[in-house]
Design a protein around this ligand. Structure first.
Ligand code: 0XW
Ligand code: MG
Length: 371
């Protein structure tokens, strides 16, 4: 099988619930997504999707993703997409770094590989564990009362796990946490995510003041050393997200006993091939695993869903139903609701072959690049 054509599309994906704000007042109105379509001489087509959160969240931005995709696409024509390791090696040889720019191409190759085998992607990634996975919803930064209202809305929609965005002044963060915890039913799982914005001292102050609250701490500080220092004083589960940018940062954090869980952002680490490597190591070592991404819609949600479904339930944390975060669609009306069946705070992975996503190409307009 050979790649015969690659088309790249852009899609604006506005947030359903308005502006998304996280620490430091960093905000976005939606995702700017880049979508890759790979066609083959076997008549099998694959899809992949990369959407950064603005240019502030990760070392990734929409212009970089599109330039990188257009740089790499011509070099994949004639290659066998089912040889995903060789495809990744080729992309790494041709473009040093920029993992997020490679991710959508790697995803499209996995979609094709699983379709060729006639199985859903989760089965190509090792096999399914159970049928459904837990979802969480982020409660973006706002005044405590507004965050409590937003939390209630998400509970009413069925979510049972919330990620409270902290990472500002500690006393305000404490007020936010208390307001949200007061507003939600007992048993709601709460992650306090500082998105790497606290100084070490602030994280320690927050931990001291919230000793009696029940929550998981996510990515308190930016620097590795500061997180390590916080760990020494943290008697609750600690999850790292922004720090985990590849296998070596994961292995380092594991050997330093820094982490109880990790968040693997598929495009941050460079795609499904590399996410699977970290996932398998984490699962083997008994570390909690969230697989999600920086943004996207149905294609991206399917990628994370298949990776999550093929992660043992004993280490599986939660993921995002990103297609429900945005108002745009790239599948026909009703398709996503049926395919993901998101309800009661959980969802499944599409059951069709590969990603199980039937893309409505008319929703994507004219490609910004094709080869
Ligand atoms: C909540 N997210 C998954 C969505 C945004 O891309 C950022 C990210 C996070 O972990 O903060
Ligand atoms: Mg996070």
């Amino acid at each position: 099988m050979k790649i015969t054509r690659i088309s790249l599309f852009a899609q604006d994906q506005p947030f359903r619930d308005g502006t998304y704000t996280c620490s430091g007042g960093r905000s976005a109105e939606g995702f700017e997504s880049s979508i890759a379509k790979i066609e083959t001489d076997a008549g099998i087509t694959g899809w992949g999707e990369m959407a950064p959160l603005g240019s502030f969240y990760d070392p990734a931005f929409v212009g970089g993703a599109r330039a990188g995709l257009a740089e790499l696409a011509p070099a994949l024509i004639g290659q066998d997409p089912a040889q995903v390791d060789a495809i990744n090696q080729r992309m790494d040889l041709l473009l040093n770094g920029h993992p997020y720019a490679k991710a959508a191409l790697d995803m499209a190759c996995w979609d094709i590989k699983a379709k060729q085998a006639g199985i859903p992607l989760a089965e190509a990634l090792g096999g399914r564990f159970g049928d459904r996975m837990a979802l969480y919803r982020s409660v973006p930064q706002a005044a405590p009362e507004a965050m409590a209202l937003r939390a209630k809305k998400y509970i009413a929609e069925g979510y049972r796990r919330l990620q409270v965005k902290v990472g500002l002044e500690v006393k305000d963060d404490i007020a936010r946490m208390e307001a949200v915890l007061d507003a939600v039913p007992t048993g709601t799982v709460i992650f306090a995510d500082a998105n790497a914005a606290w100084r070490q001292q602030q994280a320690l102050e927050f931990l001291r003041a919230t000793r009696d609250l029940d929550y998981v701490l996510e990515q308190p500080c930016a620097s590795y050393e500061a997180n390590l220092a916080v760990r020494a004083h943290c008697d609750r589960p600690l999850v790292l997200d922004e720090t985990i940018d590849g296998l070596s940062s994961f292995m380092r954090a594991w050997s330093d006993r820094l982490i109880d869980g990790i968040t693997i952002k598929v495009t941050r680490v460079g795609g499904i091939t590399k996410a699977k490597l970290i996932r398998d190591a984490a699962a083997g070592l008994g570390i909690g695993v969230t697989i999600e991404d920086t943004g996207g819609a149905e294609i991206n949600t399917a990628v994370t869903a298949h990776l999550m479904l093929s992660t043992p339930e004993s280490v599986r944390q939660h993921t995002c139903d990103f297609y429900n975060w945005v108002t745009s669609r790239h599948t026909r009306p009703g398709f996503a609701d049926k395919a993901f069946d998101a309800r009661g705070g959980s969802m499944t992975a599409p059951r069709g072959k590969g990603l199980g996503i039937e893309v409505e190409e008319t929703a994507l307009g004219v490609p910004f690049f094709a080869v």
